[in-house]
Design a binder for this molecule. Structure first.
Ligand code: BGC
Length: 258
């Protein structure tokens, strides 16, 4: 397979590890997506084994850039803290670790930042100037802030403290399921969350991603905000697409630098 304009994205989540080859010209999958359940405990060794098994299902040229998302802040490839995977990931340099386990160069990025980047390059926030906040609603709440096309990485707006509680513990879609809330009941929590974020950042646009954004018609119209709020276009492909696109940009730049 020629690797021109292709890169591989891996999205590591609390329940599944998913991967696909991405066509960087269109921001769509060039292959089917493969999903393997996340191992438990989700230690670095166990997750690396799963990534290996995933990669082996594709015929990836050695030089193809690989981007990996984590549900955690990732600063220069190092996981800072992690709420929804094994805590032993904290402090791990993912690039070094995956090099030792997979023998491949990878670029690691926060899952919501990857999704936000994908929405800006290919999706709902394409060519939108100003401040855009992309949130992903899932096991946690992820956030990406983009200003005039530039990503401010590692914002953790899911962990804002609202009414004395961690926001994602009140308003994530996992909480909706766990507590069996109707969309109307959940929307009350979302309203409190988004109006707080709106007050703090005065964004020009909110984009809402995560698996549940497929059902956006059931909850986005219930929210009353000054800021337009729209569903993500790439939905739950955004993590893989964004990771692949960022890996292609960052790893190619790195090889030009060296
Ligand atoms: C993590 C974030 C992540 C979000 C969505 C939060 O618990 O701290 O880094 O983006 O979940 O997975």
């Amino acid at each position: 397979m020629s690797s021109a304009n292709l890169a591989f994205g891996i999205d590591i989540g609390g329940s599944g590890i998913k991967g696909a080859i991405v066509d960087l010209d269109t921001g769509s999958f060039a292959t089917d997506r493969v999903r393997i359940p996340t191992p438990h405990p989700s230690t670095p060794d166990a997750v690396a084994q799963t990534c290996k098994a995933l990669i082996e299902q594709f015929d990836l040229p050695q030089e193809m850039p690989i981007g990996i998302t984590f549900p955690a802040p990732v600063v220069r490839n190092t996981v800072i803290f992690i709420a929804n995977l094994d805590p032993s990931w904290a402090g791990v340099d993912v690039a070094d670790f995956m090099w030792s386990k997979l023998g491949r160069k990878v670029y690691a990025v926060n899952d919501a930042d990857a999704a936000g980047y994908a929405e800006v390059v290919y999706g709902a926030a394409k060519d939108v100037p100003g401040t855009i906040i992309v949130t992903t609603l899932g096991t946690g709440i992820g956030s990406a802030i983009i200003f005039d096309g530039n990503l401010l990485p590692n914002t953790e707006l899911g962990h804002l403290e609202i009414d004395g509680k961690d926001a994602e513990s009140r308003a994530s879609s996992a909480q909706k399921e766990r507590r069996n809330w109707s969309y109307k009941q959940w929307a009350k929590r979302l309203q409190r969350y988004y109006s707080h974020v709106e007050m703090l950042f005065s964004p020009d646009l909110f984009v809402v991603g995560g698996g549940i954004s497929r059902k956006h018609k059931k909850f986005l119209p219930l929210l009353e905000l000054k800021t337009p709020i729209v569903p993500a276009k790439l939905r739950n492909t955004a993590g893989i697409v964004g990771a692949a696109a960022l890996a292609a940009a960052e790893l190619t730049e790195e090889s030009h630098d060296s």
